[in-house]
Design a protein around this ligand. Sequence first.
Ligand SMILES: Nc1ncnc2c1ncn2[C@@H]1O[C@H](COP(=O)(O)OP(=O)(O)OP(=O)(O)O)[C@@H](O)[C@H]1O
Ligand SMILES: [Mg+2]
Length: 257
Amino acid sequence: MSEILECVGVGKRFGGVHALSDVNFTVTPGEIVGIGGPNGAGKTTLLEVITGLTPGSSGRVEFAGTDITGRTPEQVFCLGLARVFQSAAVFPSLTVFENVLAGVVYKGASKPRTPLTYRESDLEATRAAIDLVGLSDKADEVVEHLPILDRKLVTIASAICGKPKMLLLDEPVGGLTPPEIELLKEVLFKLKAHGITMLIIEHVMQFMSAMVDRVMILDAGRIIFNGAFNDMIRDVEVMRVYLGEQAAARLRESFAG
Ligand SMILES: Nc1ncnc2c1ncn2[C@@H]1O[C@H](COP(=O)(O)OP(=O)(O)OP(=O)(O)O)[C@@H](O)[C@H]1O
Ligand SMILES: [Mg+2]
């Protein structure tokens, strides 16, 4: 099947900083692709450029057959490409239901609408998204009283309320305990079963190895590895980036011995 997402020669400069340089990759429908790499490698910037939050300096992004280069985040979201931010960006004083309903009502809206008006179909879409992430029992709870996992699930529910084809997630397991990571994994596999393609930035390698079909490693704004997770952990360049030159050399020597 043809690609759902394609980045061609994507670059991004912040003054003298080359945050992204000639980034080329594709994602196939249904895939879960992981993105790793050290701090400052350009992972978040890549999501910003794809979703139109930050315009790229060069290159092209195509999503589901449409050139989305230079589109606004609202336009990109309406085409079916949703994003979950690294911080659990919620309305803390609203309930789970109200948070997700706000996402449903405002999806694609370019300016605030007051008062908040909604239709029966918006309520149904809200219930469906909350159900999919397993928060139905907590729908009426105020979000600021919930643990971090539930707040993250609220942001995922808000992102999927528009039935996206693809979801971009930035370090979703940060701050979670191992049992919470297991629960989040189950939710993401459920989304995959619903046909949602995913691009997931993550530092936690155990989570990455369990979740992804393929992994890409960014270093200093360039993709230095794109392939299977098991090949990635044996890749000399990836080892150098993660462990440093000396440790990688020692590892190579131990393999050679
Ligand atoms: N708005 C900005 N203005 C100037 N420089 C920026 C901006 N956003 C990112 N950068 C720079 O671009 C580079 C890539 O940053 P980015 O946040 O994409 O890295 P990252 O891989 O997501 O890192 P982390 O793992 O710490 O989240 C860094 O050098 C960063 O300082
Ligand atoms: Mg980042």
